[in-house]
Design a protein around this ligand. Structure first.
Ligand code: PGA
Length: 275
């Protein structure tokens, strides 16, 4: 098993469908240097636009190797949930990834831990779906300053990893292969205050330790992305760290040139290792 680098643009509530198509047209030629890695699966790039732009962006990216991601999904299969989006709708648009438990969802939209696990279960149990989850975790500034990083990560991972163990026990083959994690310290999101590579690596190593403790060797194959004020100027140092397998990029991903520069900082294809 290996861990291919994964770089994801999270546009949040920015970009119309028209702007998304323009972005794709500008991004495509900038990805020529990584075309081979994209084609061979050594590198993955995903863009998560707002829902209304998914279809147009998907068409504009067709054949580029860049895949679609959604920013959220509802935990129910379908039904009377006005304003919500179901997994099958994302499948229908060929979404490859969906963010789950982003801190802005946890903070403003009631995505508590039970809901995060329910959403994850909706994604991981769909036998016919190619959709994969990017589960976001991370501590607030108050939690970090109180020395609670380890306990916060353990708590946020507890329900999701119990779900994976339950699915495996029930016969689902390798549900963890459809999971990536994103460590996003809340104090670094949209603040310009990026975690130093050392701080980020320490948190990633702790997440890796928990993954391996709970999932055994399969935990070593789960990718862990860093998110929080990633820019072209700091991406290289972050992505050079042992347990940082990619980036989840917010603000800096709105500019195709800067996003392509961040992609260019990808770390080499990595054989799974427990560090
Ligand atoms: P940022 O956002 O890069 O703008 O800090 C990252 C995220 O929230 O995913």
């Amino acid at each position: 098993m290996t861990r291919a680098a994964l770089v994801v643009a999270n546009w949040k509530m920015n970009m119309t469908a028209t702007q998304a198509a323009e972005f794709a047209a500008r991004l495509r030629p900038l990805l020529a240097p990584v075309a081979n890695e994209l084609a061979t699966g050594q590198l993955e790039i995903a863009v998560a636009p707002p829902f209304p732009a998914l279809e147009r962006l998907g068409r504009a990216l067709a054949g580029s190797g860049v895949v679609l991601a959604a920013q959220d999904v509802h935990e129910a299969e379908s039904g009377a949930f006005t304003g919500e989006v179901a997994r099958a709708m994302l499948d229908d648009l060929d979404c490859r990834y969906v963010l789950i438990g982003h801190s802005e969802r946890r903070q403003h939209f009631g995505d508590d831990e039970a809901r995060v696990v329910a959403k994850l279960e909706r994604v991981l149990t769909a036998a016919t779906s190619g959709l994969r989850a990017i589960l976001c975790v991370g501590e607030t500034l108050a939690e970090r300053e109180a020395g609670r990083l380890t306990s916060v990560l353990a708590r946020q991972l507890s329900g999701p990893l119990a779900l994976i163990q339950r699915l495996r026990a029930a016969g689902t083959i390798a549900p963890e292969a459809r999971l990536a994690l994103a460590y996003e310290p809340v104090w670094a999101i949209g603040t310009g205050r990026v975690a130093t590579p050392e701080i980020a690596q320490a948190a990633h190593a702790e997440i890796r330790r928990i993954l391996v403790e709970r999932l055994g060797s399969a935990g070593a194959g789960v990718r862990i992305l860093y998110g929080g004020s990633v820019k072209a100027s700091n991406a290289k140092a972050l992505l050079a760290e042992n347990d940082i397998d990619g980036a989840l990029v917010g603000g800096a991903s709105l500019d195709p040139t800067e996003f392509a520069e961040i992609v260019a900082c990808r770390r080499p294809f990595r054989m799974e290792s427990v560090s």
